[in-house]
Design a binder for this molecule. Sequence first.
Ligand code: HEC
Length: 103
Amino acid sequence: MKAFLATLSLTLLAATPAIAESMDKGDARIGKTLHDKSCIACHASKFGEDGSMMYSRADRKVTSKQQLTARVKACNNNVGAGWFPEEEAHVAAYLNATYYHLK
Ligand code: HEC
């Protein structure tokens, strides 16, 4: 039981940073291309211009890397962009480098 708990807590410790790490390994330049193709039109129809107000508005929803990763994944699934996890990481890296600047 003790060994099981130790393994479990190690697994949990390892799991949390891995989410943010995948974004850190993303390539923002690839992410921009993917994002501009699949994501701008709808955000722009709401906010005008290039839709980037979605990410820079005062009451934006995303406040952590985990949330940004989760949001990109959810939007990818919603719009059926069909991105692989590496591609989600590229897009999250692009959004973070350009708009969110989350640590
Ligand atoms: C069909 C319309 C639509 C499409 C397409 C779309 N989004 Fe969104 N997105 C929204 C709406 C609406 C919100 C705001 C939801 C809210 O205010 O809670 C949003 C919010 C977001 C946010 C959070 C902004 C914040 O408040 O910090 C992110 C990140 C995001 N979208 C990423 C993406 C990505 C990446 C794609 C491309 C795969 C995408 N979206 C495609 C409609 C869309």
